[in-house]
Design a protein around this ligand. Sequence first.
Ligand SMILES: *Cc1c(COP(=O)(O)O)cnc(C)c1O
Length: 435
Amino acid sequence: MTAHPDSPRPRSNAAYERACRVLVAGVNSPVRAFGAVGGTPVFVDRAEGPDIFDVDGRRYVDLVGSWGSAIVGHAPPAVVEAVCRAAKSGLSFGACCAAESELAEIIVSALPSMEVARFVNSGTEATMSAIRLARAATGRSKIVKFIGCYHGHADSLLVAAGSGAATYGVPDSAGVPAAFAECTILVPYNDFNAVEQAMSKLGGEVAAILVEPIAGNMGYVEPLEGFLTGLRALCDRYGSLLIFDEVMTGFRTAWGGFQTVCGVRPDITCLGKVIGGGMPVAAYGARRELMSLVSPWGSMYQAGTLSGNPVGMAAGIATLRLCQSSGFYDELHRKSTQLSSDLRAAAANAGITLQAGAWGGLLGIAFSERPVRNFADAQACDHKLYARFFHAMLERGVWLPPSGYEAMFLSAAHDDHAITAIINAAKDAFRSIAS
Ligand SMILES: *Cc1c(COP(=O)(O)O)cnc(C)c1O
């Protein structure tokens, strides 16, 4: 792909052309390619606090935050120091270190549903392993998955998988054997009756119901009142396990995760993103009795060369310590809900109906006349208008997710100044796309 000659980002475009010669579409994760919004990806030079800087020296207020990892902002000094200190003592041992226990202690103390954790390197690994564990525990093979929820790219979960896949209009990935996909029962999010029906037919074969307690990979979709409680009851009735994929919501919507807000106790929890503070760290965990099935305590095999490496653990510990400060999540929640309602108001001023919601440091907008409750609603949103909004915001110095199927992420580093900058840019951007 060749850059437009008048492009305002010559260095970024040169970097992209170089990348396209040796990397698939120039990217290492599909949504980064700007396929949903058009144009060419902007290459990043560095990021600090609430801001991200491109290689052409432009500065943006960042509402992606490395897809949620950067909950205390980019390159927070305390985290960077901890990482440097750890790195000087060795990047990875492939052996036990005390930092693994320290991070695990923080996590299990925050999640009443989790007594024992296992660290892995990505959210994909966490959900893949959680499912293996549920299958090992129940001796069953089927999984109930909600349409539009994303749980990473493991074979049996790449079915109706939201964001990245939806962005490219490929609900099911090539290369996934039909036999794997057949183990996955698909149900619309927030449709309790549909889950109940599926379970009444197949409940005896269902190892687990897997759910994002707030769906953040088809935009931002909150669970309806009673939905998660209902899933818990169904799992109990049919002897299936309830898996909360809190890779996105964990330590972002609340200390621990959204399970501490909704009061529903899952059997297995998956974490990622925030718990690594920007390093590749994820985890799955459950009560001791379930985790006793995991190797080498039990016969469910799962391993990782770099799992629990000291640098990732240091980043996670330092990040969560900052999140632990009193009022941290209240403040984040206050700022996010304020921002989402200000965005809605700014859109209304320009004659545009915007749906907007937030919890903790997670928020989302949708160009839709009605509330978005499931994937069909998310698909019905005006994604072309989102694409125009995205570029209008980028030109005004705000870095949004490059797809209307993604949520937004606010950090503790987004001070009033940063939030005012977002709102001012949005007022102008809404006006420009409304005309
Ligand atoms: C990001 C995400 C994943 C996948 O995590 P990776 O680290 O990208 O593999 C899984 N589940 C949810 C809910 C996510 O948001």
